[in-house]
Design a protein around this ligand. Structure first.
Ligand code: HEC
Ligand SMILES: [Cu+2]
Length: 416
């Protein structure tokens, strides 16, 4: 390569880009591995609406291709056939009423032909009546909450891709950033109504195979519906840029038979009863009243921390300069003066007055209630007493903090 570079400045990069181009073309035509294959169209539709959207997309694409071929065909033909070297002169006419009328009416007719089925699809999308099941979906920075009001079930769905893969320490798996701990479980063959909202900023719930893409807006409930035809696992993503963790709040839906769905509902209800205060604990069936050992608290606390706090405070607990403070006592932190002032009032810079070293009650109150006016969310509605006791125990005995404190779920219950 360096040789050809000397002889001809261009040939080196040229050969390189030609090779790259050839590789890209080979990949497009499926010569690469299966996972590197590129889809030409939307994901396989599995709901009535998704079928309609798919169909509309194909029609629109066909119309565009025909117009493209006609317009460019005429253009290239004219350039070639009427070229100057053959003695052609520019046209002198400037008006043709027939053409004006034609190129107004033809696009208008095409638009009408497309708008009629498109409007019908839109109207059908909005019709959530006669649904057999209602699911409430709430977007949070950065996870989804799914509630089934009729069944009394509610849980959070968190990204479950291992941190080691995100940090490039392990090879990434097939469903990298598209896997969650608790998928949304839905029955096939039934009309399901979604009520979609958000708790903090605007998110958007999108599952391409369902043809559902609905904004989740704080203070509003947007409705949508689906009726899944084929059992299986379907994946989607938040599709409204919602902050730093936007790419880390995927959607996974498991569509099962109605019989399996009933079984799942029964199992979930049992879990809800076993967990504290109607909030499904990530620990599953552990009751609040039980006394936990330090080892249990620390191990469960680490899971809760990784799933709920690490997006901001990071797995290391060291935070991100300027935005998310470290939970490690005595560490310096650079941020805007207003934020530093706020942290200072909580004893941030001193190693003994710091929240994670100071009185347990203050620490619990911050995790339960959040810090209003800052991104630090309230976890009282998201985590069970056992979860909060565990995560606070974990924080007070990790990242270089050694208070030795053990917090029991009952202490959290007393503060609620
Ligand atoms: C969305 C981002 C975010 C998440 C998620 C988050 N925090 Fe925070 N947290 C913050 C921010 C920002 C602050 C600082 C707020 C301020 O400006 O005062 C903070 C402050 C804190 C403090 C007080 C720190 C101090 O020294 O004053 C504690 C304790 C804390 N968080 C614990 C947690 C725990 C435990 C979790 C998980 C259960 C969690 N945080 C999840 C953003 C977050
Ligand atoms: Cu989002």
């Amino acid at each position: 390569m360096s040789l050809s570079f000397k002889n001809n400045r261009l040939s080196g990069p040229l050969i390189l880009s030609v090779t790259r181009f050839a590789a890209a073309v080979a990949m497009l035509f499926g010569a690469g591995s299966a996972s590197a294959r590129i889809r030409w169209n939307f994901q396989t539709p599995v709901t009535p609406i998704a079928h309609q959207i798919y169909h509309l997309q194909n029609i629109m694409f066909g119309v565009c291709v025909v117009i493209f071929v006609i317009v460019f065909g005429v253009m290239f033909y004219s350039i070639f056939a009427h070229r100057k070297s053959k003695g052609h002169k520019p046209a002198t006419f400037h008006q043709s009423t027939t053409i004006e009328v034609l190129w107004t009416i033809v696009p208008f007719l095409i638009l009408v032909a497309v708008a009629v089925p498109a409007t019908a699809t839109l109207v059908r999308m909005e019709n959530t009546s006669d649904s057999a099941l209602t699911v409430r979906i709430t977007g949070y920075q950065w996870k989804w909450q799914y509630s089934y009001p009729g069944q009394g079930i509610s849980f959070f769905s968190d990204l479950s891709t291992p941190v080691a893969q995100i940090e490039n320490q392990e090879p990434k798996n097939k469903h990298y950033l598209l896997q969650v701990d608790h998928p949304l479980v839905l029955p096939v063959g039934e009309k399901i109504r979604f009520q979609i909202t958000a708790a903090d900023v605007i998110h958007s719930w999108w599952v391409p195979s369902f043809g559902v893409k609905t904004d989740a807006i704080p203070g509003f409930i947007n409705q949508s519906w689906t009726k899944i035809e084929v059992p299986g696992t379907y994946r989607g993503q938040c599709t409204e840029l919602c902050g730093m963790g936007h790419a880390f709040m995927p959607i996974v839906v498991k569509a099962v038979s109605q019989k399996d769905f009933q079984k799942w509902v029964t199992a979930q209800k049992a879990l809800m009863v076993a967990s504290a205060g109607g909030v499904a604990t990530t620990a599953g069936s552990v009751a609040t009243a039980a006394t936990w050992t330090k080892a249990q608290l620390l191990s469960h606390g680490k899971t809760v921390f990784v799933n709920n706090c690490a997006v901001c405070h990071q797995v290391t607990g060291l935070g991100i300069p300027g935005t998310f403070p470290p939970l490690s006592a005595g560490r310096t932190f650079s941020a805007a003066p207003a934020m530093l002032q706020q942290l200072r009032t909580r004893g941030f810079l001193t190693s003994s007055g710091h929240v994670v070293m100071g009185p347990v009650k203050n620490h619990l109150r911050i995790v339960l209630g959040g810090i209003p006016g800052t991104p630090m969310p309230s976890f009282s509605g998201q985590l069970s007493n056992a979860d909060i006791a565990s995560v606070v125990t974990y924080e007070r005995n990790s990242f270089g903090n050694h208070t030795g404190d053990i917090i029991q779920p009952s202490e959290v219950a007393a503060l609620r």
